[in-house]
Write a protein that binds this ligand. Structure first.
Ligand code: 5GP
Length: 130
């Protein structure tokens, strides 16, 4: 496997690993719609949307696997993610939004590079009533 952009990540033991699917989108290695980018976070449209607005807000760093680790390790970065979610809601969903973090496979997490699901215009979606 080639790393055309030279992007690699280190896990908590310092071992190098392949970049996550989200990092590959950020670097342009695979296609994706980037909705927002700041110095520390970026957002993409989810490939399998569950509501008219379904974005993923992702730290550029792959250091944290889930929000539990992120909140303990860098609460300011977590606050940056919430601010980005609000910005997306303002731009695409009238300023209101639902924020979901899946934490662990038994809770539905499939990508272990922490990310927030930002859902907007819920009444148009199958999430109504939850
Ligand atoms: P999780 O299940 O880990 O909380 O969320 C992972 C999300 O990433 C899923 O909602 C899934 O649809 C999305 N996803 C997986 N692969 C891709 C991809 O290649 N592009 C985009 N835009 N989203 C993806």
């Amino acid at each position: 496997m080639s790393h055309s952009f030279g992007v690699v990540a280190a896990d908590r033991l310092g071992r190098m690993s392949d970049p996550s699917i989200f990092t590959r989108i950020l670097t342009g290695e695979i296609p994706g719609e980037i909705l927002l980018e700041t110095d520390r976070v970026f957002a993409i449209r989810d490939i399998n949307p569950q509501a008219p607005l379904h974005a993923l807000v992702i730290p550029k760093s792959e250091q944290y696997r889930d929000v539990t680790e992120l909140a303990a390790g860098d609460p300011e970065l977590l606050a940056d993610m919430v601010a980005a979610a609000k910005e997306l809601a303002d731009a695409y969903a009238g300023g209101e939004y639902r924020l979901i973090f899946n934490n662990g496979a038994r809770a539905g997490q499939t990508v272990f590079h922490v990310h927030a699901h930002v859902l907007g215009d819920i009444e148009e979606s199958k999430l109504v009533g939850f």
